[in-house]
Write a protein that binds this ligand. Sequence first.
Ligand SMILES: [Zn+2]
Length: 69
Amino acid sequence: MSKCPYCGHEGGFKTLKTWMFGFYNVERIECPNCRGIFNHYNGTTPRGKAVEFTIKVKPGSPKTSGKQH
Ligand SMILES: [Zn+2]
């Protein structure tokens, strides 16, 4: 598993959902530290090369003044 691209936190991630994208396994992950959301791609190309990367989806909500509906 990778690091959170927002805060660098490792571990304890919550997988919100998983799906396939081409030969990639994609996981949508929520960071337990900053609540940021990112996609983790993991797969093997048709040429046999392992590829792993993350794409930022939504930064964690900054702590606002408690106004939340
Ligand atoms: Zn984070």
